[in-house]
Design a protein around this ligand. Structure first.
Ligand SMILES: NC(=O)c1ccc[n+]([C@@H]2O[C@H](COP(=O)([O-])OP(=O)(O)OC[C@H]3O[C@@H](n4cnc5c(N)ncnc54)[C@H](OP(=O)(O)O)[C@@H]3O)[C@@H](O)[C@H]2O)c1
Length: 411
């Protein structure tokens, strides 16, 4: 298993000029005259010599994408006695090995080796070969010192720097997963909820809790679905998080919202729409992740029943695990690159659409509760929900486990 952590954070926020170097360097190689397979072979060999798992995984994946055989990929490590490479490829491998290996008894690239290389590659090709080796050379210190995450594409191959993150609603269904994910990823967490002495509505305890905090993740929520009361809660919490956050020097607030709020006209979803607007109108930068209903929420629907039978609307949803949302939310919050202007608000949902009643029936069977599907009439925006307005959009990230899988894994 590869580590999901890089040793250092993404260099680009510290060295914005880097992109202006790395992109043209990459283009020189991509537009050059050396076959991509030869470049892949020599860069894989370079990764092996340098002892960089990042390079070896990346170049092995590149060669597989180019439909190279496993035999040739494997033989790169022992290319000297392998018979599967052309003479031009062997010269490329010999050159990269010579450049990267000390030679106590002479020049690393001898006149003899240069002459043999020049016999296979004209000046133009040889310069491209030099640049393919230079490309590895340029990124070698990053690979060995900063250790980007193997197997991840550029731009996603560095984990964020350790940050101090306050989690508003840390004891909730989502909040406890957010705390876990942050802790596992090496961040310092300040859990905030009334249980930890912080009241987002009155502001009690907020100033102390936000001291030295870099980022706030807001997953606090009102306990009932009544629109007016929920809106009041979100109005107070948004105001206080901005006000106390600004005083404490917080850089940004990331909030969990709900997929489809933009079309909501009533109920809790309309309150969440207002929540987004309230947060966005404050002084601190705000990032939003909209999530589908959580797997964990289905149990609440059963808990709300009166009597033996739970009446659950047969409205479509694409349930997602709280843990999955937490992983995505932490990623959004700590992404060193701010979201691009005009980009759609990111969404996270589970892998499969089903009705809430279907999911509730699966849980009900486990708990011995009878679930009866109803049409949702009387629920806010039931018609919109029936038409799929609260299902993920085309740009949504879909991630498991699906509800049944998640249920099977519950104790
Ligand atoms: N549930 C879903 O299916 C779903 C789906 C998509 C998005 N979301 C969004 O995700 C977020 C979290 O939802 P959730 O279901 O995890 O909520 P939850 O389980 O109801 O948790 C709410 C949290 O807010 C805290 N809280 C409530 N009042 C507070 C106050 N006055 N001051 C400080 N903390 C307070 C609670 O702790 P204390 O009681 O200790 O104060 C608790 O930690 C919400 O914004 C929700 O809209 C939820």
């Amino acid at each position: 298993m590869t580590s999901a952590q890089s040793r250092m954070p993404d260099p680009v926020p510290f060295l914005p000029e880097l992109a202006a170097i790395a992109v043209p360097l990459h283009q020189i190689i991509a537009n050059g005259v050396i076959p991509p397979v030869t470049i892949g072979l020599l860069q894989l060999r370079a990764g092996q010599i340098l002892g960089s798992t990042y390079f070896t995984i990346r170049e092995t994946a590149n060669l597989r994408r180019l439909e190279e055989t496993e035999e040739r990929i494997t033989a790169v490590a022992t290319w000297h006695d392998a018979t599967v490479f052309t003479s031009a490829e062997r010269i490329a491998l010999e050159l990269v090995e010579a450049v990267l290996t000390p030679n106590p008894s002479g020049e690393r690239v001898s006149d003899d080796l240069y002459a043999r290389a020049a016999a296979h590659y004209d000046h133009r090709a040889l310069w491209h070969l030099v640049m393919a080796i230079a490309h590895i050379g340029f990124f070698t210190p990053a690979a060995l010192i900063a250790k980007p995450i193997p197997g991840r594409p550029p731009g996603k191959n560095y984990s964020p720097a350790a940050a101090k993150v306050a989690v508003a609603g840390a004891t909730g269904r989502l909040g406890r997963h957010v705390v876990d994910v942050l802790t596992e990823r090496g961040h310092q967490v300040v859990p905030m909820s009334r249980a930890t002495g912080v009241d987002l509505v009155t502001g009690e305890g907020l100033a102390e809790a936000l001291t030295g905090v870099d980022i706030v993740i807001d997953v606090a929520s009102w306990h009932s679905s009544e629109q007016e009361a929920a809106t009041e809660f979100f109005r107070a919490s948004a105001r206080n998080l901005h006000e106390y956050g600004q005083k404490a020097g917080v850089a940004q607030i990331t909030v969990a919202s709900i997929i489809g709020v933009e079309s909501a006209t009533a109920g809790f979803l309309a309150a969440k729409k207002e929540h987004e607007a309230l947060l966005l109108s404050g002084p601190l930068p705000v990032r939003i992740l909209r999530a589908a209903q959580f797997h964990e929420f289905v149990g609440q629907l059963l808990d709300w029943r009166q009597g033996e039978v739970a009446y659950v609307p047969a409205l479509p949803t694409q349930l997602v695990a709280g843990r999955t949302v937490a992983e995505e939310l932490v990623g959004v919050a700590l992404d060193p690159r701010a979201p691009a202007a005009g980009a759609p608000i990111p969404e996270i949902a589970g892998p499969r659409a089903q009705t809430m009643a279907e999911a509730a029936a699966l849980l009900g069977a486990r708990r011995g509760v009878e679930v009866v599907a109803v049409d949702g009439a009387g629920m806010p925006d039931a018609e919109l929900a029936a038409k799929g307005a609260f299902l993920p959009g085309p740009h949504a990230k879909l991630a498991g486990p699906a509800f049944q899988e998640w249920l099977d894994a519950q104790p």
